[in-house]
Design a protein around this ligand. Structure first.
Ligand code: CP
Length: 314
């Protein structure tokens, strides 16, 4: 089946077969990254603009590395020194980037739906690098890629997503990706951050940590998204940690081979203790590494590449 999408906006809109195509393409790029010459000419002559209007470390740097490894020219937009500080709108900023002959925009923005908006406005591909509390598709893709490396087929595997589910784009994208790949997902946390209506997305909702962790193959921790919460959803950070933080005692409730994931940034001592974040069962840094190959796949496919034509090194 050929890849037909110009944009990568959400996991929700992808069919399982499309997720499989991205993961297979990422696996091919990961093999290329293991070679002496890591660069491929797939995007030679193209310019990718990273339009990040919200802070980022992992996503921005790995999109930049991915584009460079595909031989694209990359421009990382400096929001603090741009005309957005003078009131220029997203629409005008993006149209000017297109007028400068950019070939692709990678967008991070605090407004959910902003990548969809740009995809309708522009004629160049738009890749969503996180839009508000809506979706973070490439994060979920690198998460399921990492889980499959560790666990194989995800059908029937039990994945617990623990933390601030309500305000998390990572949770939403992972719920869509994991349920499409046949995993059994439970979302866990305080009732104010894990409302029962998440059941409509095909997941279990739990507010009781011990029973949820007992049969998990994966526990994915999320930080509290203070920047998106208009009001307190729990009495204090200390109280959250005392009820839901993953510490050594609670990690003992997990099966011995269960893996610990986190999309980052980590708040050590809040949602996860340092000794667990740095332990042998943590795959947090493998997630970051896999982000390069997964983002290479997303850029390559949206630029018109086909999964079966992943190119040889330069
Ligand atoms: N996981 C993630 O999106 O991290 P950054 O905000 O650092 O990109």
């Amino acid at each position: 089946m050929p890849w037909t999408r110009q944009h990568l906006l959400t996991i929700e809109e992808l069919a399982r077969a499309e997720i499989e195509q991205i993961l297979a393409t990422a696996a091919a790029f990961k093999a290329v990254l293991g070679r002496k010459v890591k660069k491929v000419p797939a995007l030679r002559g193209k310019t990718v603009v990273n339009l990040f209007l919200e802070p980022s470390t992992r996503t921005r740097l790995s999109f930049e590395m991915a584009a460079k490894l595909l031989s694209a020219d990359v421009i990382s937009f400096d929001a603090d020194r741009s005309s957005t500080t003078k009131g220029e709108s997203l629409r005008d900023t993006a149209q000017n980037i297109q007028a400068l002959n950019a070939d692709m925009i990678v967008l991070r923005h605090s407004a959910g739906g902003s990548p969809l908006y740009l995809s309708k406005l522009l004629h160049i591909p738009v890749v969503n690098a996180g839009d508000g509390a809506h979706e973070h598709p490439t994060q979920a893709l690198l998460d399921v890629f990492t889980m499959r490396e560790k666990l194989g087929d995800l059908r029937g595997r039990k994945v617990v997503i623990l933390g601030d589910i309500l305000f998390s784009r990572v949770a939403r994208s992972n719920i869509h990706a994991l349920t499409k790949l046949g995993a059994d997902v439970t979302v866990v946390g305080p009732a104010t951050l894990v409302p029962l209506w998440f059941r409509a997305l095909g997941v279990r909702v739990s507010h009781e940590l011990r029973s949820a962790l007992a049969d998990a193959d994966v526990v994915m921790l999320l930080r509290i998204q203070h920047e998106r919460q208009a009001a307190g959803h729990f009495p204090s950070v200390g109280e959250y940690t005392s009820m839901f933080g993953l510490n050594k005692t609670r990690a003992a409730w997990l099966k011995p081979d269960a893996i610990i994931m986190h999309p980052g940034p980590i708040n050590r001592g809040v949602e996860i203790d340092s000794e667990l974040a740095d332990s042998g069962r943590s795959v947090i840094l493998q997630q970051v590494t896999n982000g390069i190959a997964v983002r290479m796949a997303c850029l390559y496919l949206c630029a018109g590449g086909q999964p079966e034509h992943v190119l040889a090194p330069v």
